[in-house]
Design a protein around this ligand. Structure first.
Ligand SMILES: Nc1ncnc2c1ncn2[C@@H]1O[C@H](COP(=O)(O)OP(=O)(O)O)[C@@H](O)[C@H]1O
Ligand SMILES: [Mg+2]
Length: 242
């Protein structure tokens, strides 16, 4: 049982402030979409949760089995240790290492090392393409395959909360819907709690239990549930490309 609760988060780069009092929550077992077009602060928020940027105000709390963990006070390594994994924008694979080596490196956490073999099997089941390519260098694979590997590698750390930053970016349209469907399956198959940043509203709302729209670093809309998200006028207008 994990829940991510962000309250009044303020963060940025140097003296440029990007996030202005952002509040959101990701309830246990839900897939929550953080929707927004380019440059509105999605990745900045994800980096704050992963500990790569320290917020200047507000709180990032992880409720885990009755404990309350202040992620803003933790190092990125400690955050991984608390069961939070991120699939970063741009994937950040080890290009010269093979698929299987990349997966193995994802399991450096003690809890994850014990389950390494089982988790590799799970990843190959989820993405059979990776099994076919296990000895191929990650950098020589297509964009879609690399995104599969980035998602699979994040699962190797045995996360409870998964942060996925723009899984659809740079993929051919047919691969976008496949990738989104696979992410949708993780809620059931792994019991994962997911925060997914996307600018592809149309695809993201297919699997989201609820969502937020971020505009210029502020939450412009917070949905109650999936229906509320799909029927929102702002979502529809982005969806139609307005
Ligand atoms: N490393 C950085 N240094 C300075 N400014 C940045 C950096 N990364 C992002 N920004 C700025 O922060 C704002 C939000 O960016 P980002 O969080 O990447 O948005 P999104 O992920 O929604 O596209 C943009 O104005 C961007 O230029
Ligand atoms: Mg981004």
């Amino acid at each position: 049982m994990v829940e991510l609760v962000i309250k009044d988060l303020v963060a940025g780069y140097g003296n440029v402030s990007v996030l202005h009092n952002v509040s959101l929550d990701v309830p246990n077992g839900q897939t929550v979409a953080l929707l927004g077009t380019n440059g509105n602060g999605k990745s900045t928020l994800m980096r704050c949760v992963a500990g790569l940027i320290k917020p200047t105000a507000g709180s990032i709390l992880l409720h885990d089995e009755g404990r309350e963990i202040d992620l803003a006070a933790c190092s990125p390594k400690q955050i991984v240790g608390h069961g939070v994994a991120m699939v970063p924008e741009g994937r950040r694979l080890f290009p010269l290492l093979t698929v299987e080596e990349n997966l193995t490196l994802g399991a450096y956490r003690t809890e994850a090392r014990a389950k390494l073999a089982g988790n590799i099997d799970f990843c190959y089941g989820l993405f059979p393409r990776l099994a076919e390519r296990k000895t191929q260098q990650a950098g020589s694979m297509s964009g879609g395959e690399q995104q599969m590997l980035a998602v699979a590698r994040s699962l190797m750390s045995e996360p409870k909360l998964l942060l996925i930053d723009e899984p659809s970016v740079g993929l051919a349209p047919i691969l976008v819907s496949q990738m989104i469907e696979k992410i949708g399956e993780l809620r059931e198959s792994r019991g994962l709690t997911i925060l997914m940043a996307e600018q592809n509203f149309n695809q993201a709302i297919k699997i989201a239990d609820k969502g937020y729209i971020i505009v210029h670093g502020e939450i412009a809309f917070a949905s109650k549930d999936a229906t509320d998200l799909r029927e929102n006028e702002m979502v529809k207008s982005y969806y139609l490309g307005a």
